[in-house]
Design a protein around this ligand. Structure first.
Ligand SMILES: [Cu+2]
Length: 206
């Protein structure tokens, strides 16, 4: 029997972002055989949390239900290869930030805490939310300044694969790592496995 798998891909490339969501048949997934699929959204390059120099390193991306959750914007370091480490800005010390996964009809409640030295926000790219929850500094809210918090709350009204990101100085803050996936599940959708891929072209560190 053919297994039905759903492959979701999303790309964040600077401020030019493309979201592709769709289904792939089992042939498309043949190339991925042998990989540990359970960790595909948690790239294996992200591991430890500290080293003997005292530097902080990113953790693995977590998956959260987002019903009542705190996301902290904070600086960290991302080891992208054996001898390359990037200074990054993170949501909850991971790049991408936590994958927020809810079901249609549920309420997403995210408290954003800013521990960076610059103001940040969370914008729910393309997702229908009340205007004051849309996270556009200077338009729908004031940016969350260092040391402060802001709570975003909205009902997940439509299913789909989305992403969130800071909308303050987006060109730089996205490139530093302030983004993550927002997945709203449709209870009528069925699949055996569900993968989230987040691709980012690093520009500021080249
Ligand atoms: Cu956006």
């Amino acid at each position: 029997m053919k297994s039905k798998s759903k492959l979701k891909i999303f790309l964040a490339i600077g401020i030019v972002s493309i979201i592709i969501a769709g289904c792939a048949n089992s042939n498309d997934l043949d190339m991925m055989k042998g990989m540990d699929h359970s960790k595909m959204n948690v790239d294996s390059i992200q591991t430890q949390s500290s080293n003997n120099t005292g530097s902080i390193f990113t953790d693995e991306t977590t998956r959260v239900d987002g019903k009542e959750y705190t996301i902290t914007a904070q600086a960290s370091n991302l080891k992208v290869s054996k001898d390359k480490t990037l200074p990054v800005w993170t949501f909850n010390n991971s790049v991408p930030g936590p994958e927020i996964r809810v079901k249609v009809g549920e309420t997403v409640k995210i408290k954003l805490k800013n521990e960076l030295e610059e103001p940040v926000s969370i914008h729910w790219h393309g997702y229908p939310v009340p205007n004051e929850m849309d996270g556009i500094p200077g338009v729908t809210q004031d940016a969350v300044v260092p040391g402060k918090t802001f709570t975003y709350e909205f009902k997940a009204s439509i299913p789909g694969t989305y992403w969130y990101h800071s909308h303050q100085d987006s060109v730089n803050q996205l490139d530093k790592g302030l983004y993550g996936a927002l997945i709203v599940e449709d209870p009528n959708d069925s699949y055996d496995r569900d993968y989230t891929l987040v691709l980012d072209e690093w520009m500021s560190f080249v």
